[in-house]
Design a protein. Structure first.
Length: 152
DNA sequence: GCCAACGTTGGC
DNA sequence: GCCAACGTTGGC
């Protein structure tokens, strides 16, 4: 099992929204960045776990743990002219963008704010903390995963 | 709202 | 292929 971090703006889709979905599960659609796409398409597997991170909000923080609940498949919202992230360059015959289903597992006992994560030298290598990193899907190493869980 | 840091686009 | 312009992300 590999471990990841998924960003979402809670005003658009929060961990509360995920928990309320039928089966606590939601397609993680709308990823339109090639680096993140490559992770979704090639590396993220059913059964992997990920931190759910709230970004662009009063307190950016890791708020919970989710599970990858499906194999990857083409992102159908890319084919839909009415969808926010429609991409005419992506077709069912030759899809450009992918998604996986994500299932709520649990909330952390307390949110772990970005500001707090930054204070721990153990997390200096975490992609989330690298300057200028805007990826919405990022890897989390096993040691960092365990360390973050120890902070709850 | 500001601004730094990226990614993308398009002229050449 | 270069690079300026522009758009987006996201913390503060």
């Amino acid at each position: 099992m590999k471990t990841w971090l998924l960003k979402s703006e809670p005003s658009a889709f929060s961990i509360d929204d995920l928990e309320r979905r039928p089966g606590h599960t939601e397609p993680w659609d709308g990823v339109r960045n090639y680096q993140a796409r490559n992770l979704l398409r090639d590396q993220i597997k059913r059964g992997d776990q990920a931190f759910f991170y709230h970004s662009s909000c009063p307190q950016p923080a890791i708020v919970g743990v989710v599970e990858v609940a499906s194999d990857r498949r083409p992102d159908p919202t890319a084919f839909d002219p009415a969808a926010a992230h429609y991409d005419p360059g992506s077709t069912p015959d030759n899809p450009r963008w992918y998604l996986v289903d994500v299932r709520f597992l649990r909330r952390l006992r307390r949110p772990l704010p970005l500001a707090e994560l930054k204070t721990h030298p153990e997390l200096a290598g975490l992609p989330l903390l690298q300057k200028g990193n805007r990826l919405s899907v990022m890897p989390v190493g096993a040691a960092e995963w365990a360390f973050i869980l120890s902070l709850e």
